[in-house]
Design a protein around this ligand. Structure first.
Ligand code: FAD
Ligand code: FES
Ligand code: FES
Length: 1321
């Protein structure tokens, strides 16, 4: 058979021309034009591409198996005989047939930018139908999204919506704080009736019930074989041995090797239909797993088997709890994991510890080869397997039931709980014989320690194991073992993965946990029950919204996002979803692979031979300016001579297809001459005095005098890491040139269409008016699509103009992360003087940010940070120095908060430092120094409508802060290895652009004769709900129904000279412009209402206006009054007003590993009189979680000459979801309460509202300091009461190593008490 057949959303497809290299996602999006499934990463790490595969697995019974999978990894050929269900198959807005999953996610505001939403819909649908007619429990639902990421929502509304389907909603915590609150339980209860109706299941095509798998051979650019018997497989493997033929099962390793490690083979042999590989059996003395069982099957079998004596099932299940994701477990095979031989496999250590034996078959030998797994691994991804061998099964010997006791357990510590590969994982086994019946004393008969992440392969500590045989199972024996273990696992600064001391600590922590586990099982006393596993409860949430002003009919209603149903059905169109014009070309960037290097020679010969190659474009092709200035003041579109960083754009390859472009770009060879010095960190830059511009200074009062008067002075330096935007939609752009009047049309996902238009005009040497930039919506941006979205747009615009054909590009995640810059890392050094009561007297503070290789917005970011230094506290005497460091990393850029989050963290660190020094509660220092109404900031602005004191009081009471502080202390006294911390942090965030001319906006309103309205304004919909808010303002003023108004897109030919969308100010500016336009229209319409007869319907009124020849179009324009350019030389700046709020966060930390949970978060936020509380709460929750990510989890790591020598200098290690971890579902607070401040008015913005995008982000600081407190409690218990430096982010590594103890002492070469983990700053 050389074709494949399958069904998609009920429709049969038979295709004889498939390419084995196509993924299902590519086929769906490009061949079937089903663009609902999104490409977020291409590596199985984000879930945006989730689809459902249904398959008949037993023709006799007609049993159908449903699995959610990552379409980005699945080969198209693998779905032969399957029914594929995509988000489009569930329901559609256009067909008015939404599925209940789509409706509920929409109704409960579970989408913002919507890019992740189709994946969420499919994961939820998969969970709902996976168990025949049995609805999932809340617990099932909580775990079911472990393969989906969302960067906008903070997950709470998605979980709430999903839990409405749970069968046991009474398990959700329910206590209500007021009639204005809505809880998770309330939401679920409101769906109880609907829950009883069955979930609408997409019918399985009857034709597939009779599907009989046949052998397949497909010839394409490579060959695809699908044997259907073991005999056939062995023969094929014998005929095609070696690396050029690849066996594949789930393809989850092979696809990534192909895409990111450039490992290709000319034949793929799919082994999914070999029945012998699917066998599972258990006898008294062994378990047998076929190599082709998926982790999902494995897991359900283990659950079925598990009983008290089955140590193996328990231990393996323990490891599978946080193994990969549902989508990966549904396809990835046990055999694939074993053969992939990853040194950080989480499974191999436990299999090794269990004594697993592999069974290998080959066609030329009848005898089956059996080999111990521990002898199988030869080195980094190398195994002892002949070229023609196939792994058929895995035997696990079970301990015979003698009088001895046998224990097995596994451990894993990763950067994040869900879907994160282990940093270290361990498998531990011990057999004990009883020494003394009366004393419950035991001796070691055999023992095994196996580790992943401690060498270039899974290793066993064989020497240590031998030493322990015969020794008693006591604390003393285990204490001797730590050093022995470490001696067997030498790591050095070149060891892949870094984190040497942490890994060495984890090995000991795991052993200690294992020892305690065994003791507990033996009923021996253990130090502390907190050593045992933590069972995370089901999360719940509550939102409290004050009543809406009676005067407003529409504004202030909690409306869901206007596009939410388009998001849940996948009908919302993003740039990469747009169809191509017939003659469209595809671009791939040719990027520098070296930092700070002169380009000596570019060789495109090999690239030009790729079929479909059209051109290589570089700086010589630019018709206008290669350095266009504007938002990129010092940047070249294409490198002319020196590539400043890895990822600098040297050229662009243009081909007829995307695939060809990628291949050709990889084949462009570049000779470099490396230059020096190459500067890769802030400290390097300081040493080499490598800066952009001069030092900036902001000053108030007399700092020197304040220090002279101060009773105490403290000094300290901290570092704060950067952050990747990780918007779910990567950058995409389409440029369409036209000879008709030299017009250029650009479709791009950018926050500043004007910047695209202006810079393109300079680069292409055309009037601005000839360039039109359209933005319909963006799948998240967070500042990352302001200036950094320009370079690739400009590059392909040059190509489009030169070739006079449309050109498009969509960056893959790896490229996007590497070239588009990040939040700036900071170094902050302070000297603070204060009284013995903790009153702040003087602060002298130096801040350096790492701008990367070009200026971008780095100076502005520094300045905003300087203005936010001080947060909500009065520093009467303050001097702030800001320096922008020039390094050879990619150029850093705007990111939600724009320097504020870093400087406020610096400020709050000072407060915490003072509190620790004075041994008092940090909250008392905060309240003592709090600004009061009318106080003047250090840049001369008087505080009006100052609500922070009220917020703190209200929050203190509503969160029960004081009592919970006491509870935390008690918990910490009672528990040794788990510690809690609680922290209350306020925020004041200035709203308004600090450059005056940005504070302007335009709007255009058209009313058509039928009464429908098209609204256009200068803001871009990034997911923040801007368009939804703008529509309600228009409806409020015009007096028509909301559904008569639509916003089509943002476009430079409708609104001229628009400001970028950012700075939390877009609703203020554009809202006012819209109000202005609509008021004009309303005035005109009011002239038609005679005798006060306002009962006339909107449609009739408009009809009347049309015939009365009234202009039904109006332009609105707004400038924020009293806003001026910041002038640092005069220590002056103005904000329009301040958004304010506070959060109380409580955490629980496992000090042995650094793993932690957000137990409870209470946020009280002042949004003025909210334009849309539903959307504002979404911003608060999402912002808080993103901020928590910055301060605790997200870590950029790149190679340098000192800290990370194991990575090429300048190369970013964390360039995808595999290595860069944003918070996931299981990181959400277990109890998440958000309230909007009541009775807050803001005369300075539209309908008395306040900007909300950035301020709540900063509240993530409360998680950071709660964690710091937990560390402090442990250190104090260890006798370490000195103040300790705590850099950001508080990763699991940093937390563990800060909790200095005997384990970290053994792991560090010196000064373990003050050990600082390495970072990239
Ligand atoms: C997003 C993501 C998250 C992950 N998380 C984790 C994690 O938390 N922990 C962890 O340990 N791993 C993790 N992994 C790795 C994952 O477990 C492996 O990729 C998977 O188990 C491989 O199985 P597969 O069936 O997809 O193998 P494939 O990719 O199909 O094949 C892998 C290799 O095994 C060979 N092979 C497969 N079967 C046989 C056989 N029977 N005989 C001989 N050779 C064979 C193939 O030729 C290939 O070389 C993750 C991977 C992804 C993509
Ligand atoms: S695109 Fe498939 S998981 Fe991210
Ligand atoms: S709504 Fe989830 S990524 Fe934007």
């Amino acid at each position: 058979m050389n074709s494949i057949s399958f069904f998609v959303n009920g429709k049969e497809i038979i295709d004889c021309n498939v390419e084995p290299e196509w993924t299902v996602l590519w086929y769906l999006r490009n061949k079937l034009r089903l663009t609902g499934s999104k490409l977020g990463c291409g590596e199985g790490g984000c879930g945006a591409c989730t689809i459902l595969i249904s398959q008949c697995i037993d023709r006799e019974s007609g049993e159908i198996e449903h699995r959610t999978i990552n379409a980005c990894l699945a080969p198209l050929c693998s779905i032969d005989g399957c029914h594929v269900i995509t988000v489009e198959g569930l329901g559609s807005v256009n067909k008015s047939n939404l599925h209940s999953v789509q409706t509920r996610l929409g109704e409960l505001s579970a989408s913002q930018c919507g890019f992740c939403t189709p994946g969420m819909v499919m994961s939820l649908y998969g969970t709902l139908i996976s168990k025949d007619n049995i609805l999932p429990t809340v617990h099932d639902i909580e775990e079911s999204f472990d393969g989906n990421l969302c960067r906008c929502t903070g997950y709470r509304p998605i979980l709430d919506a999903a839990k409405t389907f749970a069968c046991d909603i009474d398990k959700i915590y329910h206590e209500k704080s007021s009639s204005l609150s809505s809880t998770t339980f309330d939401k679920c209860s409101s769906y109880i009736q609907k829950n009883s109706s069955p979930i609408n299941k997409i019918e399985f095509p009857s034709k597939l019930l009779n599907y009989i798998p046949q052998s397949i051979h497909i010839k394409g650019s490579i060959d695809w074989y699908r044997p259907v018997s073991l005999h056939e497989l062995l023969n094929l493997r014998h005929t095609y041995p070696g690396n050029q033929s690849k066996l594949i099962f789930g393809n989850t390793t092979v696809q990534i090797e192909r895409k990111y490690r450039n490992i290709h083979s000319s034949r793929l042999i799919s082994i999914t239909h070999i029945k012998e590989l699917q066998e599972i059996k258990r006898t008294q003395d062994s378990i047998y797993f076929g190599a082709g069982i998926t982790f999902t099957h494995l897991k359900s079998k283990l659950i079925e088997w598990i009983d008290d004596n089955d140590h193996f099932s328990k231990a393996l299940l323990h490891q599978l709890k946080h193994f990969a994701s549902t989508q990966i477990r549904n396809v990835a095979s046990l055999g694939g994991n074993i053969i992939a031989a990853s040194p950080i496999s989480d499974i191999n250590p436990i299999l090794e510890a269990a004594g697993a034996i592999l069974e290998l078959h080959r066609a030329d030998q009848t005898e089956v080869r059996r080999i111990l797994l521990s002898d199988f691994y030869l080195g980094d991804r190398r195994v002892s397997m002949a070229d023609n061998e196939v792994l058929v099964g895995i035997h696990i010997p079970l301990p015979n039931s003698s009088k001895n006791k046998y224990f097995l357990q596994s451990y894993k510590q990763a950067r994040r709980r869900d879907d994160s590969k282990g940093i270290v994982s361990g498998g531990f086994q011990v057999e004990l014989e009883q020494k003394n019946l009366d004393n419950n004393q035991w001796n070691i008969v055999s023992i095994c320690f196996s580790f992943g992440g401690m060498a270039s392969k899974t290793i066993q500590a064989k020497h240590t194991q031998q030493q322990l045989i015969g020794l008693p199972w006591t604390k003393e024996t285990i204490n001797q073992t730590y050093q022995l273990l470490l001696g067997e696992m030498p790591l050095n600064e070149l060891s892949q993965g870094g984190q040497i001391e942490y890994r060495r600590t984890l090995v000991q922590s795991f052993l200690f946990k294992f020892y305690s586990y065994v003791c507990n099982e033996l009923r021996q006393s253990i130090n502390d029950t907190s050593l045992l596993d933590y069972n995370r409860p089901v999360s719940h949430a509550q939102q409290t919204i004050p009543e809406r002003p009676q005067t407003q009919k529409v504004v202030g209603k909690p409306l869901p996002h206007r596009s939410t149903y388009l998001h849940t059905t996948g009908e919302a169109v993003y740039v990469d979803d747009m169809p191509s014009l017939v003659n469209t070309l595809h671009a791939a960037l040719v990027l520098s692979t070296k930092p700070n290097a002169r380009i000596k020679h570019i060789d495109i010969e090999a690239a030009s031979k790729v079929p479909g190659f059209v051109a290589f474009i570089d700086h010589r092709d630019v018709p206008g300016m290669n350095k266009p200035n504007g938002p990129l003041p010092d940047e070249e579109v294409f490198v002319t001579s020196i590539a400043l960083c890895i990822g600098a754009i040297i050229g662009v390859v243009i081909c007829e297809t995307e695939h060809a472009a990628q291949i050709a770009a990889d084949l462009v060879k570049i000779d470099y001459e490396l230059l020096s010095p190459t500067i890769l960190s802030i400290d390097d830059a300081i040493n080499h005095e490598s800066y952009f511009g001069n030092e900036t200074c902001l000053q108030r009062g007399d700092v020197e005098k304040a220090f002279a008067d101060a009773e105490h002075i403290l000094e300290e330096t901290i570092y704060i890491g950067g952050q990747e935007h990780f918007y779910m939609e990567t950058n995409s752009c389409i440029v369409i040139p036209s000879h008709d009047d030299n017009e250029i049309t650009i479709h791009a996902g950018v926050q500043s269409p004007l910047a695209v238009q202006q810079t393109a005009s300079l680069v292409l040497n055309r009037d601005v008016s000839r360039i039109i930039c359209h933005v319909k919506r963006i799948g998240g941006a967070f500042g990352g699509k302001e200036s950094r979205a320009l370079p690739h747009c400009l590059a392909i615009a040059v190509a489009a103009v030169k070739l006079n054909r449309p050109v498009r590009i969509s960056l893959d995640r790896y490229t996007d992360i590497r070239i588009t810059g990040h939040r700036h890392p900071y170094k902050i050094k302070y000297k603070v003087g204060f009284t013995k009561e903790g009153r702040l007297l003087g602060l002298d503070i130096h801040m350096w940010n790492n701008a990367g290789c070009t200026l971008d917005a780095s100076q502005a970011v520094m300045e905003l940070g300087m203005l936010h230094m001080g947060n909500t506290y009065q520093f009467h005497n303050i001097k702030i120095h800001g320096r922008v460091c020039k390094t050879h990393t990619s150029s850093n850029t705007a990111f939600r908060g724009f320097g504020g989050p870093q400087s406020i963290l610096g400020c709050e660190t000072i407060i915490e430092h003072i509190a620790a020094y004075l041994k008092c509660d940090p909250f008392s220092i905060r309240t003592l120094n709090l600004f009061q109404e009318g106080d003047i900031t250090h840049y001369g602005q008087a505080l009006e409508n100052w609500n922070v004191p009220r917020i703190l009081n209200e929050l203190k009471i509503s969160s029960d802060f004081i009592q919970r502080q006491i509870n935390v202390q008690e918990f910490n006294q009672q528990n040794i290895y788990r510690k809690r911390g609680i922290s209350l942090i306020p925020v004041k965030f200035g709203i308004g652009f600090s450059v005056q001319y940005y504070n302007q906006a335009g709007a255009l309103v058209h009313i058509y004769q039928d009464g429908s309205v098209v609204l256009t304004h200068g803001g871009v919909e990034l997911g923040q709900g801007l368009h939804t808010k703008m529509i309600s303002i228009a409806a409020e003023v015009l007096g028509c129904n909301l559904d008569r108004i639509r916003i089509s897109e943002t476009s430079t030919d409708k609104i001229h000279n628009m400001s970028p969308t950012g700075g939390s100010v877009s609703a203020d500016l554009n809202g006012m412009a819209i109000k202005h336009a609509c008021e004009q229209l309303r005035q005109r319409l009011d002239t038609l209402i005679v005798d006060n007869n306002d009962n006339i319907s909107w449609e009739k009124l408009i009809d009347k206006a049309y015939y009365a020849r009234i202009d039904l179009c109006a332009r609105g324009f707004y400038i924020t009054p009293n806003m001026f350019d910041a002038d640092f030389s005069q220590n002056k700046a103005t904000y329009n007003y301040f958004s304010q709020g506070a959060a109380v966060t409580e955490v629980e930390l496992d000090v042995l590993t650094g793993s932690w949970h957000l137990l409870r978060v209470d946020i009280l936020m002042d949004v003025g009189t909210s334009l849309n509380p539903e959307i504002d709460i979404g911003q608060i929750e999402g912002g808080f979680m993103q901020g928590t990510g910055l301060y605790t989890m997200e870590e950029l790591i790149w190679g340098d000459y000192t800290n990370n020598k194991w990575i090429e200098p300048g190369e970013l290690f964390t360039s995808g979801p595999d290595t860069y971890k944003i918070p996931s579902f299981s990181d959400t607070p277990i109890d998440f309460r958000v309230s909007l401040l009541s009775n807050s008015f803001n005369p300075r913005a539209v309908y008395s509202s306040k900007g909300i995008g950035e301020p709540p982000f900063v509240l993530g600081i409360s998680a950071f300091f709660a964690l710091k407190q937990a560390c402090m409690a442990y250190r104090e218990q260890q006798g370490l009461s000195n103040y300790f430096t705590f850099n950001s982010p508080a990763t699991v590594e940093r937390l563990r190593m800060t909790c200095a103890d005997e384990f970290t002492r053994r792991a560090c070469s010196n000064d373990y008490e003050n050990f600082q983990v390495k970072g990239s700053f």
